[in-house]
Design a binder for this molecule. Structure first.
Ligand SMILES: [Zn+2]
Ligand SMILES: [Zn+2]
Length: 371
C-alpha cells in the first residue's frame, strides 16, 4: 500500500473555542500498533461534557490542543509489524472493519494483575492527548486513529453495519460491563435513569439478560418511545411525574411494593443519585456510570445504604472480552431491536461544530461524525 501522506483532524483548542480542522502527517504504525481509517466517530455524552465545560479538561491540565472523541469504528489502514490477528485470533488484513478499546491498561499494576484492568490508573485521561506531536491521531474526530500497541481489537462481522457497531466500544460495552459488575441476573427488576444512548442499550441488554421488568425514566417523548422499542416494560415520563418522590413511589408501585433490584444511573447529573438509591428495594445495587464530571456532588444520607443493605458500584471502562460480547450481542439481536435508530444524525468532519451545537440543544440524541 502506498504511503498515506496526511489526514484531517478536528482539533479542540480549549473550552469555548470552536473545533478547527487541521492536517497532520499520517504516522507509520510502530511494531504492535495499527493505523485505523475512521469510518464513524460518535458524539458521546462525555465528549459533550468536555465541550460544554462540565468536565473542565483545560483546568485539569489536559495537554491541548487535542483530538476528542473515542466512540468509533473504522477499517485497518496499515498493520504494524507483528500484528496479524485481532484479539480473538482471527486473521486481520488491511481493509478489514474493526472495533477497538480506546484505553490502554498497563498490564502490570495491582488492578491489572487481579484481572480488573478497567480499574488501571496508569492511563489518566486516555482520550485526551496532545495532537501536535506524532503520532497525532489519538482521538476519533479525524481521518485516522492510531491504535497503540497492547490494544484490544476485534474484526466486525459482515452482517453488522457501521452505524450499528460504532457505539460498541463505548456506550454498549460500558453498560454491558456495568450490568455484569453489579451482578444483574435473570428475573431481576431494573430501573434505568436516562434514555440517552447508554440508557437505550442498557434496556436491551437487561432484557437479553433475563430482566423481569425494565423501567426507564426520561423526560423526552422520543427517547421514551425508543426505550419501548428496545424492550422497556414500563416508562416513567418526568413531565408527568415531576416530583422525585412521586417517581420513587411509581417505581415501588411497579415492583410490587418492593423497589428495584438494580438502578442504573445513565443521566450524568449527580442530583439523580439519591432519588435512584431510594428506588432500590432492600439489598439493591446502584450502578453508577453517567457521572464522569469531577467536583459535581450530591448530598447523601449514608444510613439509607446501611439500614437497607444497599450498595453503590461505580464503573468506568470495560474488559477486553466485553467488547467481543457486545459484537456478539449485536449479531444476535440485530433483527429484534432498531439499532439503526440510535444514531439520529450524521455530519461531515467539517461540520463538527454544528454536530456538537445541535446535540447540546437536545435536537439530536446521538450523532455520528463521518469523515
Ligand atoms: Zn463515551
Ligand atoms: Zn494497570
Amino acid at each position: 500500500m502506498a504511503k498515506i501522506k496526511s489526514g484531517r483532524a478536528a482539533v479542540y483548542k480549549g473550552f469555548g473555542q470552536r473545533f478547527e480542522i487541521k492536517e497532520y502527517p499520517v504516522p507509520e504504525p510502530e511494531p504492535g500498533a495499527i493505523l485505523i481509517k475512521v469510518r464513524r466517530a460518535n458524539v458521546c455524552g462525555s465528549d459533550l461534557h468536555m465541550w460544554r465545560g462540565d468536565t473542565n479538561i483545560d483546568a485539569m491540565g489536559a495537554p491541548l490542543p487535542a483530538i476528542l472523541g473515542h466512540e468509533m469504528t473504522g477499517t485497518v489502514a496499515k498493520l504494524g509489524q507483528g500484528v496479524s490477528t485481532d484479539s480473538a485470533g482471527q486473521p486481520l488484513a488491511e481493509g478489514d472493519r474493526v472495533v477497538y478499546r480506546y484505553f490502554f491498561p498497563c498490564g502490570h499494576c495491582r488492578a491489572c494483575l487481579r484481572g480488573q484492568d478497567p480499574a488501571c490508573p496508569m492511563a489518566p485521561l486516555p482520550v485526551v492527548s496532545c495532537c501536535e506531536a506524532p503520532p497525532h491521531f489519538l482521538g476519533a474526530y479525524a481521518d485516522y486513529y492510531y491504535l497503540r500497541p497492547n490494544h484490544t481489537v476485534f474484526k466486525v462481522p459482515d452482517d453488522l453495519t457501521d452505524d450499528m457497531v460504532a457505539p460498541a466500544n463505548c456506550a454498549l460495552s460500558e453498560v454491558l460491563y456495568g450490568l455484569e459488575r453489579v451482578g444483574f441476573s435473570f428475573g431481576e427488576t431494573i430501573v434505568i435513569q436516562g434514555a440517552g444512548g447508554l440508557g437505550i442499550y442498557a434496556t436491551a441488554v437487561a432484557k437479553d439478560m433475563g430482566a423481569e421488568k425494565v423501567i426507564v425514566i426520561d423526560g423526552i417523548k422520543e427517547r421514551l418511545e425508543l426505550a419501548k422499542a428496545f424492550g422497556a416494560d414500563e416508562v416513567i415520563d418526568m413531565r408527568e411525574y415531576k416530583d422525585p418522590v412521586d417517581r420513587v413511589l411509581r417505581v415501588k408501585e411497579l415492583t410490587g411494593g418492593w423497589g428495584a433490584d438494580v438502578v442504573a444511573e445513565l443521566v450524568g447529573f449527580p442530583r439523580v443519585v439519591p432519588e435512584g438509591i431510594d428506588m432500590l428495594g432492600n439489598g439493591g445495587r446502584y450502578l453508577e456510570i453517567g457521572n464522569v464530571n469531577i467536583m459535581m456532588t450530591y448530598e447523601a444520607d449514608p444510613s439509607s445504604l446501611v439500614i437497607n443493605n444497599k450498595s453503590i458500584i461505580g464503573v468506568l471502562f470495560y474488559k477486553a472480552d466485553t467488547l467481543k460480547k457486545a459484537l456478539d450481542f449485536l449479531s444476535r439481536a440485530k433483527n429484534k431491536y432498531p439499532f439503526d435508530k440510535i444514531l439520529s444524525h450524521s455530519y461531515h468532519l467539517e461540520d463538527i461544530n454544528k454536530a456538537f451545537e445541535e446535540q447540546d440543544k437536545g435536537l439530536v440524541s446521538r450523532s455520528a461524525i463521518v469523515p
